[in-house]
Write a protein that binds this ligand. Structure first.
Ligand SMILES: [Zn+2]
Ligand SMILES: [Zn+2]
Length: 210
């Protein structure tokens, strides 16, 4: 009887506080600056309340490399690669790379955006399916000599892509980290390092199973 009551109370606490036991693994690829991992992991913990585990670096898969416009790695192929690896009890995995990423930009109907030559291998800072268990982010195009600015940009990219994995679409609220940057650094710089109230409400409703 006492145990049932305790389990009941526990379930109630968990349902009110969201999902405190969900786990995200940060998977650095070859050459990613290890000094950045700690601060990225703390930010994700702060914004989403997830446990974050930092893993050992692995090599980038050769099959994800393309040289269509520039030498870079296909973000969708890296996501597939990560999804096929065994991450045990992890709920989500985010790959982090110093190399450039690209993917094919499509319109709402799923057709390649026009002009196709421009969008077939479009450079991106990161990619995360909405929803999905895996995302990737890159430091290659962050382009800042100022270490504070550099890390803030990276944090926003990671928070944004993980938000997609958790089911958050692009948000029209100004300064929300889930705004569509269109790969413009100025939009990323204008965004705050947090979710707007409407995005927070959405996450809460997903967690409560509505
Ligand atoms: Zn996005
Ligand atoms: Zn928002």
């Amino acid at each position: 009887m006492r145990n049932t009551l305790l389990i009941g109370l526990f379930a109630l606490v968990v349902s009110f506080t969201g999902t405190p036991y969900k786990k995200l693994a940060l998977q650095p690829f070859d050459g990613f600056d290890k000094a950045l991992l700690d601060t990225v992991s703390h930010t994700i913990k702060d914004v989403y309340g997830y446990q974050v585990v930092v893993l050992e670096e692995i090599d980038l898969p050769r099959e994800s490399f393309v040289n269509i416009k520039f030498p870079r790695y296909r973000a969708d192929s890296l996501i597939r690669f990560l999804r096929e690896r065994d991450y045990g009890s992890m709920d989500y995995v985010m790959g982090l790379t110093p190399n450039e990423l690209s993917h094919t930009k499509k319109d709402a109907e799923g057709h390649v955006k026009q002009p196709a030559m421009k969008y077939i291998d479009w450079g991106v800072h990161g990619l995360g399916y909405c929803p999905g268990p895996t995302s990737v982010a890159s430091t290659a195009k962050i382009d800042s000599e100022d270490p504070r600015e550099f890390i803030n940009r990276l944090k926003k990219i990671c928070i944004h892509e993980f938000g997609h994995n958790l089911g958050l679409p692009h948000c029209p609220t100004e300064k929300c980290v889930m705004q569509d940057s269109g790969e413009k650094m100025s939009t990323i710089d204008d965004a705050e390092l947090r979710l707007c109230p409407s995005c927070k409400d959405k996450l809460k409703s997903y967690n409560l199973g509505h």
